[in-house]
Design a protein around this ligand. Sequence first.
Ligand code: FAD
Length: 381
Amino acid sequence: MVSDGSGRKPESADVVVVGAGLAGLQCARLVAEAGLGVVLLDRKEDVGERVHTTGIFVRKSLEDFPLPPSCLGPPVRRAVLYSPARRALSLASRRDEFRVGRMAPLYRELLGRCLESGVRFVSGARYCGARRTARGLVAEVEREGRSLSLETRLLVGADGANSRVACDLGLDSNTEWIVGLESVHSGVPLAEGAALHCFLDPRIAPGYLAWVVQDGEETHVGVGGYPDRFHPQTALAEFTASLDGHFALAEGRLLEQRGGRIPVNGVLRRIGTDAGLLVGDAAGAVSPLTAGGFDACLRLSRQAAAVIVRRFETGDPGVLATYSGANLRARFWSRRWMRALLAGVRSRAAMELVCGALRFPPFRNLAWQVFFRRRSFPDVD
Ligand SMILES: Cc1cc2nc3c(=O)[nH]c(=O)nc-3n(C[C@H](O)[C@H](O)[C@H](O)COP(=O)(O)OP(=O)(O)OC[C@H]3O[C@@H](n4cnc5c(N)ncnc54)[C@H](O)[C@@H]3O)c2cc1C
């Protein structure tokens, strides 16, 4: 078990953060660096176990946040978009656009930074609920079959797409999902250099896309789509078989399978109350179009931390009301519109026409911008 090293069970804290994914790790560290007492808890024993994400970081995150280079794969500058008939549209950038995180070591490294900042981490601790008291809140936690109560002034829900904290605080919850499933391989020779290959095909990836990401070290093969329109395991098997002859997966080694839900409703409106707030997937902070969530995790958590610090500096819980998803949501309109368009293309023939249009300007420019422009999540600071 990873712990704060003191052997002492934390019983109270200014702030309790539920969930040590990217959002919780970022928020907990920044709040602790401001001198507040923070308890971070996660139901996992090790933050590096059961990774559910591909791990692609976009240039904007890589430029704006100090992620440890040793936990990132080689840079990728090219994206290839395939139609259902596998007509390829290659898009290249002069800059390093993506890097695939080695997520288990990355989570552990970020947890190390939290501990250095004074965060007390409780592993293997499942958050079960919270009740209000005169002084704030009591979070109920189950750990090693025992119940633990944590007194706190403020609760942060960084507990992922299906947030229990959101329900307990009476905040908004995610309502629209896609499901992603991928296999991760090592030792697969590069097909045509490092690239992010995206396959638009409503049969194997209804409402989203299938992907092959190769950075020269790892190869990720995945499918994503609306859960009521496909069977992810079957689709992944069909997609993998269809790659024969193009990607030499058999020459590599299968490392693991990853998967999970991705909220695509856009950032939720009500993400803060006087008792707590939501960050990351719990706040719906995922690009509705690309389904990328890391940049949103890092940015929204930074904003949440600033609001929390101000709340304690002023002693005014009303400060938390400034933390609202409503403004951000308005800035997501184009992405939500494009999501509706992508979700609406249900036949392969219609998708072939869409992909045909993408070959010509201005649609080709639009595709280029979706992949490479520095605008994955609105700046919220
Ligand atoms: C298959 C797939 C591929 C993806 N690929 C990318 C990508 O390449 N790039 C990108 O930007 N985004 C990607 N995403 C989205 C991205 O992974 C998420 O947006 C991001 O990981 C969300 O981080 P988070 O910290 O909010 O939530 P999570 O990473 O889900 O962390 C939540 C944490 O809370 C803990 N927890 C939950 N409930 C409790 C509880 N009751 N008690 C205690 N602990 C609890 C969990 O154990 C977990 O550690 C992908 C998602 C999926 C599913």
